[in-house]
Design a protein around this ligand. Structure first.
Ligand code: NI
Length: 173
């Protein structure tokens, strides 16, 4: 991991083109990576989010953090994650820290398995259902440049039109 000044990281917003990049795998599991993950967890908690992916803080690497309960003991860090065993289907409302005031009904697999590396580079594997599975799928989308705005129905487009327009004009400023 190249050195990143974690003190200056901030959550970037739609329609920043960095959110559209396909992220590169993490290759070095060093102290800089651990510091990045720690900072991302702090930013996620401060923003009351349940997940945050590298590109959302302008780091185009395959890393995300999540915590679906808010209890610090449930903090999780996944490096180079891969989803497998996607099963079932459920629709649920999702927001995104990079797209404030926008919610989209997204159809996702109901359960899945996530294989990844931890901060030391050790292989990890977890199975999840419902909110955990939804969160992991949302965050893995981020690592491939995909956003919930890509998954809007006509009704979602209408409901979110104003918020998206406002974010677009804020970005141009
Ligand atoms: Ni998001």
């Amino acid at each position: 991991m190249c050195a990143i000044d974690t003190a200056t990281l901030k959550i970037i917003h739609y329609p920043d083109p960095l959110l559209r990049k396909v992220c590169k795998p993490v290759e070095v599991f060093d102290q800089a990576l651990a510091s990045l993950a720690e900072r991302m967890l702090k930013m996620m908690h401060e923003a009351n989010g349940i997940g945050l992916a590298g590109p959302q803080v302008g780091v185009l690497r395959r890393i995300f953090v999540c915590n679906i309960t808010g209890d610090p003991q449930d903090d999780l860090v996944f490096i180079n994650p891969e989803l497998t065993d996607l099963e079932g289907e459920a629709e649920g409302e999702e927001g995104c820290l990079s797209i404030p005031d926008v919610t989209v009904n997204v159809r996702r697999a109901l359960s899945c398995t996530l294989t990844a590396r931890d901060l030391k580079g050790q292989a990890i594997e977890k199975s999840g259902t419902e909110l955990a599975a939804r969160c992991w799928q949302h965050e893995c989308d981020h690592l491939n440049g995909r956003l919930i705005t890509d998954r809007m129905s006509e009704a979602d487009k209408i409901a979110n039109r104003r918020s998206l327009k406002r974010l677009e004009s804020e970005y141009r400023r």
